[in-house]
Design a protein around this ligand. Structure first.
Ligand code: NAP
Length: 538
């Protein structure tokens, strides 16, 4: 027997929670399904040592409620995972969201029924739910991925993935630990694990550029400087390229002298954080400009790492800086100066297998007690395609996206009526402050559903033409930048066999928001609507 609900939300991370709140405000009966047994999404799963947000706490929080943003106090400039998870739980309590969330329930399939114009959703608990609207708030980095290295099952020690960390934590004291991967997660985890472990061996395939965070305690003055002016600051952040308020230079890098350039890089390095990439206006579009920033960071790495051979392995040379997600760290490079920390260059000597005792690379077995896979996610599409979704005429989302994701605005897919994506591929999503982009999408979808109600309409879907135009635009804008030059997860390059195309929209949060707002204001050109059948028959 199928339960009925007007809006079914998949996921109770920051997107799912805000969606529930908005649906209640509109009087639309809604429920959320959540695979975990708590709220928080990415912050629920990614409990690895050192997990921390690289967007400043004062900006990485909901803006929709003045009370919420005034009453919550952050303890650090960049909040750690436990504190962000506490914040998510606080919001869930404050807004009494849990009563409409089914935890430990994963959506496994969804089929659009043409006759009833509703989605039939199946779950791993056997529940079947019929919903007029299906909203995928499934997150962009929620399908953790173990690489296909032979022998993983043979390993006699413990295996962990940063994206599925045990809730009770892990004590590495006295252990020989391997970390595989050197992306954002590893770069945060490595210095913390190194403090506990007896030996730490890091297996690096591709080095990443990392900027020091300069994290520290939140000061009352800094918090107050935001709180006294929150509305204005949030509004300004929404117009920024990344949805983060910081000084974005309007000056091209090569238009100033080398001395001035260096001074700017030094100042940004000293200030810390991702704002380093905003030092000049063209760092992501002009290779010559980009090289100056990359050279600066490589020089810093060589200065921080005492062993010149290790420094050279850590200094990235195969992609322009910023075209792979820039990392932010606390004492990452310095960790390689510790006598019990070893770096293995698996680009030169690939990992061949995992044995019962350790990791085999370059003909040598590195004996370890635990292996931490910091090997990332099937990003942006993995979690959506893990649900067996069929739209009009039984067409499968997996088939429609066989050559890569196709969406209109990252919000809807042609042939899948009343199915909305939050921060889907084709929207700024992972290139932005996720909470800013989540709020914008949730508001857009909520307004669209209010429009349907007001007009007595039952279905909304994107036209194929509008979708294809948007896909072409997303590609065109991406190719005006240096981003496609990197084998990044933005391109799907980290998953063997995944189609290679640049998935997020690089046009910027402010520009994108304007496009979405104009479409809504003009009555949704590029979308088609179906009149409610019952209403039509009456
Ligand atoms: P990631 O960036 O995809 O990094 C995965 C790492 O594993 C890469 O170094 C990759 O090397 C390596 N790897 C994968 N398969 C391998 C294999 N078979 N052998 C050796 N190495 C292998 O994943 P992540 O670090 O979890 O980060 C994902 C994203 O999450 C970030 O880019 C960011 O957007 C987000 N994140 C944000 C924060 C933050 O806010 N501070 C923190 C953590 C994560 P290759 O590069 O050669 O593939």
């Amino acid at each position: 027997m199928s339960e009925r609900i007007e809006a079914l939300i998949i996921g109770a991370g920051f997107a799912g929670m805000y969606l529930l709140h908005r649906m209640r405000g509109l009087g639309i009966p809604a429920q959320a399904l959540e695979a975990g047994d708590g709220v928080g999404g990415t912050w629920y799963w990614n409990r690895y040592p050192g997990a921390r947000c690289d967007v400043e706490s004062m900006q990485y929080s909901y803006a929709f409620s003045e009370e919420l943003q005034q009453e919550w106090n952050w303890s650090e400039r960049f909040a750690g995972q436990p504190e962000i998870l506490r914040y998510a739980n606080h919001v869930a309590d404050r807004l009494d969201l849990r009563r409409d969330i089914s935890f430990k329930t994963r959506a496994t399939a969804a089929r659009f029924d043409e006759a009833s114009e509703a989605w039939e959703v199946e779950t791993d608990t056997g529940r079947r739910i019929t919903a007029r609207h299906l909203i995928l708030a499934t997150g962009c980095l929620s399908s953790a991925r173990l690489p296909d290295i032979p022998g993983i099952r043979d390993f006699a020690g413990k295996i962990y993935h940063t994206g599925q960390w045990p809730h009770e934590g892990v004590d590495f004291t006295g252990q020989r630990v391997a970390v595989i991967g050197t992306g954002s997660s590893a770069i945060q985890a490595i210095p913390v694990i190194a403090k506990e472990a007896a030996r730490l061996t890091v297996f690096q395939r591709t080095p990443n550029f990392s900027i020091p965070s300069r994290n520290g305690p939140m000061t009352a003055e800094y918090a107050q400087s935001w709180k006294q002016d929150y509305a204005k600051k949030r509004a300004a952040a929404r117009q920024m390229r990344t949805g983060i308020l910081y000084h974005l230079s309007q000056i091209p890098a090569m238009s100033v002298s080398e001395t001035e350039r260096r001074a700017e890089y030094e100042a940004r390095w000293a200030a810390g954080g991702t704002a380093f990439m905003a030092a000049f206006s063209d760092l992501l579009t002009n290779k010559e400009a980009n090289d100056t920033a990359a050279d600066f960071v490589r020089e810093k790495i060589r200065g921080l790492v005492k062993n010149p051979e290790v420094a050279e392995i850590l200094a990235p040379k195969n992609h322009p800086i910023g075209t792979k997600r820039i990392c932010v760290d606390t004492a990452y490079y310095e960790t390689f100066n510790l006598p019990h920390v070893t770096l293995v260059d698996v680009h030169k000597s690939p990992i061949t297998r995992i044995t019962s005792t350790g990791v085999e690379a370059g003909g040598q077995t590195h004996a370890v007690d635990s292996i931490v896979f910091a090997t990332g996610f099937d990003a942006m599409t993995g979690t959506i395609l893990a649900i067996d979704i069929h739209g009009r005429d039984g067409v499968s989302m997996r088939d429609v996206w066989a050559d890569g994701p196709r969406t209109h605005l990252g919000l809807m897919v042609a042939g899948f009526p009343n199915l909305f994506l939050i921060t889907g591929p084709g929207s700024p999503s992972v290139l932005s402050n996720m909470i800013v982009s989540i709020e914008q999408h949730v508001d857009w979808v909520s307004d669209a559903l209010a429009h349907l109600r007001a007009q007595g309409l039952s279905t909304m879907e994107t036209t194929l033409t509008a979708q294809e135009d948007w896909v072409a635009h997303v590609n065109e804008v991406a190719h005006r930048t240096l981003y496609p030059q990197a084998n990044s997860w933005y391109m799907g390059a980290n998953i063997p066999g995944k189609p290679q195309l640049f998935m997020p929209y690089v046009g910027g949060v402010g520009t994108y928001r304007k496009i979405c707002e104009e479409i809504a204001a003009k009555g949704y050109p590029g979308f088609s609507f179906g009149a409610a059948r019952r209403a039509a028959a009456e």
